[in-house]
Design a protein around this ligand. Structure first.
Ligand code: DOR
Length: 414
């Protein structure tokens, strides 16, 4: 039996906060209390640092297979661990795309061999992400938790309707990237949101709306939900935290809120319960691709500090609320027993130094890419350590598999 004892931590989860000791036994939270000594346990002294449930990201791009110059499963997993994430859902716009069992099996096997964080691939809705012919959703089903053509909206209503029917029969959600091109951004988003909400009601399928950026979308969502539609949605840290008014027109899809006022409306929608999850849409690109106009932000490593600095330190969200959006909410959507520090939940945790300020600089990334408008920004809430199922995967700049093999090399015995 392996036991990791986290001694003297300030535990914060959506249910509240307390200070004491946390034992993780065989990968799950076990005893919680004060003044433990467990013979044979490995002990990590928390020294009063804040412990949150490990973060769960519903939306990231690790670019593997296909774009190793931007990211791969190893560097993406390093970046996730550095950002406090212990489970990550990966989008299908790889090359080849995730429209066949071979590609998603490759991702799962490589992620398993890395054994750093949990990786949950998403299958494509349509073949080649072309929006015309459905992928073999049934053949993909054993390897994926959901389907999405993220990067593009599924423009054809008949294709989306059939995808929702077949996903429903398979018991899996469809994740919608809501964007009709050519009609302007908020209208293009709201039109597809309205269509997909209506289709979800019609088919009874589970729908999850990705990276909502328009307050109008949030209103449509809340209406459909009050009418009983089985629908969830996510918002990104950059749409919540950054506006074009303050950060310029940094290229990302959907675009940043144009004004501080619009950004404030999105934050209000979050506080009103519109979004069950904050998802990073980690979208790494090389400087050359960015210069050619590639949309996206490399965001998985700065997600927590950005949100902590912008909202928790400013008194706009409590830390238990932020924890819910980064762990319990997305874990429920993914069907994982994560997001609470309670006996029986997966022993995934992140230790944070709330008062540790730092400037985001080029050297602070484990991702291959640094495309983000937060370079140079001063943030608080530094990730000190990340623990996945009772194993330390990241601590003080060091990664398991790269800098150490086993946390027995970095912590003391009880
Ligand atoms: O900015 C974005 N980048 N938005 C997307 O929807 C796709 C993503 C990417 O894959 O680069």
């Amino acid at each position: 039996m392996s036991v990791l004892l986290l001694r003297d931590v300030r535990v914060v989860d959506p249910l509240g906060e307390w200070r004491g000791d946390v034992a993780i036994e065989d990968g799950a939270f076990a005893a919680l209390g004060q003044g433990f000594s467990l013979p044979g346990a490995q002990v990590l002294e928390g020294e009063g640092r804040t412990l949150l449930p490990g973060f769960v990201d519903l939306h990231a791009h690790f670019r593997d297979p296909g774009f190793p110059e931007k990211e791969d499963l190893q560097t993406g997993s390093w970046a996730a661990a550095h950002g406090g994430f212990t489970a990550v859902s990966l989008m299908a716009n790889t090359d080849p795309p995730c429209d066949s069992p071979e590609v998603v099996r490759y991702i799962r096997e490589k992620a398993q061999a890395l054994n750093l964080v949990e990786i949950y691939p998403v299958g494509a809705v349509t073949k080649g992400l072309r929006g015309e012919e459905l992928a073999d959703l049934e053949a993909l089903a054993p390897y994926v938790w959901a389907y999405s053509d993220d990067g593009k909206g599924v423009a054809r209503a008949d294709v989306m309707a059939e995808a929702l029917r077949r996903a429903r029969a398979l018991g899996k959600p469809i994740l919608s990237h809501p964007e009709f091109p050519g009609v302007g951004h908020p209208l293009g988003e709201e039109l597809m949101v309205a269509r997909d909400l209506r289709l979800a009601q019609e088919t009874g399928a589970r729908l999850h709306l990705q990276h909502l950026s328009s307050p109008g979308s949030a209103r449509l969502l809340q209406e459909a939900r009050s009418a009983g539609a089985p629908v969830t949605a996510e918002v990104t840290p950059h749409h919540l935290g950054l506006s074009q008014e303050r950060f310029g027109d940094y290229r990302v899809n959907p675009p940043l809120p144009p004004t501080e006022g619009v950004r404030g409306e999105l934050v209000a929608a979050l506080r009103a319960g519109a979004f069950a999850a904050v998802a990073t849409d980690h979208a790494p690109h090389t400087p050359e691709d960015k210069a050619r106009g590639a949309p996206g932000i490399s965001g998985i490593e700065t997600a927590f500090p950005l949100l902590y600095t912008t909202f928790v330190r400013e008194g706009l969200l409590s830390l238990p609320e932020l924890s819910r959006y980064l762990a319990f909410g997305p874990a429920r959507i993914l069907g994982l027993r994560k997001g609470l520090v309670r006996p029986g939940y997966d022993g995934d945790a992140v230790l944070v130094e709330e008062d540790e300020g730092f400037v985001v600089d080029e050297g602070s990334f484990f991702s291959k890419s640094r495309n983000t408008p937060v370079l140079g920004m001063r943030l608080w809430g530094k990730i000190w350590a990340t623990i996945h199922r009772g194993e330390i995967v990241y601590i003080k700049g060091r990664l398991r598999g790269r800098d150490f093999d086993d946390h027995r090399q970095v912590v003391g015995a009880g």
